[in-house]
Design a protein. Structure first.
Length: 394
């Protein structure tokens, strides 16, 4: 096995079990390893400390498969890792309330670059790193064996693949299932998931618990749901007894699915309106018209995928939150989120605080939102906690 040799002192992160090895930590590599090839990671003294997948194209030169250097990275390794991840989800309370769960959450499940979501009997898989790409077939076999699902759809079309020197790829890779709309159930609500063209893998499973919390808060409130996508928060608010819900999104196809989701549930359609609009512009129009809401929900797309983009994204986050504070009625609630991995929870709260100050609002954080338990975060890999949110009272 070829070896990756670390610079002196750069094994500390490995010993703390962080799964990424950056280019600046690498002293040299034996030969010319292929993308995704398994390398033995050695410290400056030549002692093996891990096994990892190589990626010459990425600033993350290697992603660690195992911190036991004796581990044999072969098909049985992936079968065991996938089986562990699936078994862990079966034990979660959420499994009693939904047939849609994240089954594999990348590094936090010991499978860097591998994301797998289950929508009823269809799996949606993403292979986002060179190592995941190299072992794609073995992982697909393991998923089929561990779940018994009738079909697997690949959504390896995320922009991060380009950083690994990989081309996008989508399509059915197992089974032959027409999955344009996968019907799922979440806490008694019916949703249709577009696994082929929807954002990410088709639905935001990480917001499941937060949607349920909004449902509990919505009774009797006038609700504005900005960036409503396919209606997850909006329909949860309606099911919770919201007096009226205005749901905005710029995507016509997403709103088409949202309306299908509304029709699939026994909800009072007259109390909700879906509008296709630029959320920034529409917030301003609502402000100028003197509109007021008791609950505003902001779950925008990823403004800052990496830390380098956080500064530019901060303006967008501040703008939408400032306008939200302007639209809140006295005593109103703001549920605001960021799914940007490049933005820390501390920076996000600082931005929301600045927005409140500029709006002349006194805001208090009364709850913090996170991803669900099927999106675990390894203690040694805080980067895995990309979703953060605040419930602010005014």
């Amino acid at each position: 096995m070829k070896a990756l040799h670390l610079k002196a002192g750069r094994e500390r992160s490995v010993l703390r079990r962080h799964p990424w090895i950056f280019s600046g930590a690498v002293e040299r590599v034996d030969g010319a390893p292929e993308p995704g090839e398994t390398l033995l990671v050695k410290n400056a003294g030549g002692q093996p400390v891990a096994v990892a997948a190589w990626s010459a194209a990425s600033q993350i030169r290697a992603r660690i498969w195992s911190f036991d250097p004796k581990t044999r990275v072969e098909a049985p390794f992936f079968a065991a890792a996938v089986a562990r991840a699936v078994k862990a989800r079966e034990a979660l309370p959420a499994a009693r309330h939904t047939n849609a769960l994240r089954l594999v959450h990348g590094e936090s499940d010991g499978l860097p670059g591998v994301i797998v979501d289950r929508y009823a009997d269809v799996l949606v898989a993403q292979f986002l790193s060179a190592g995941a790409e190299r072992w794609r077939e073995a992982i697909l076999d393991a998923l089929a064996e561990a779940t018994g699902c009738e079909a697997i759809y690949e959504r390896s079309d995320a922009e991060v693949r380009a950083l690994e020197g990989l081309q996008p790829r989508t399509g059915f890779v197992r089974g032959n299932h027409e999955a344009r709309r996968c019907p799922i159930v979440e806490h008694g609500l019916n949703f249709r998931v577009d696994v082929e063209a929807g954002q990410k893998t088709g639905f935001f499973l990480d917001q499941r618990d937060n949607r349920q919390r909004i449902r509990a808060l919505a009774a009797g409130r006038e609700v504005l749901d900005g960036f409503c996508y396919t209606g997850g928060f909006a329909l949860s608010a309606l099911a919770g007894g919201a007096r009226r819900v205005l749901a905005l999104d710029s995507s016509g196809p997403a709103l088409e699915v949202a309306r299908e989701n509304l029709a699939a549930n026994a909800l009072e359609a007259s109390r909700i309106a879906f509008e296709q609009a630029d959320v920034f512009a529409q917030q301003r129009k609502l402000r100028d018209a003197g509109a007021k809401f008791d609950l505003v929900i902001l779950d925008p797309p990823k403004f800052a995928p990496t830390a380098a983009q956080a500064k530019n994204a901060a303006r967008a986050y501040k703008d939408i939150n400032l306008l939200a504070f302007k639209l809140l009625a006295p005593g109103g609630l703001l549920a605001t989120f960021s799914c940007s991995g490049g933005m820390s929870a501390e920076l996000f709260q600082s931005i929301v605080a600045g927005a409140a100050a500029d709006a002349g609002a006194d805001g208090r954080v009364i709850e913090r939102f996170h991803g669900g338990a099927d999106h675990p975060v390894a203690l040694s890999f805080p980067e895995g906690e990309y979703l953060k949110g605040l419930l602010v009272s005014t």
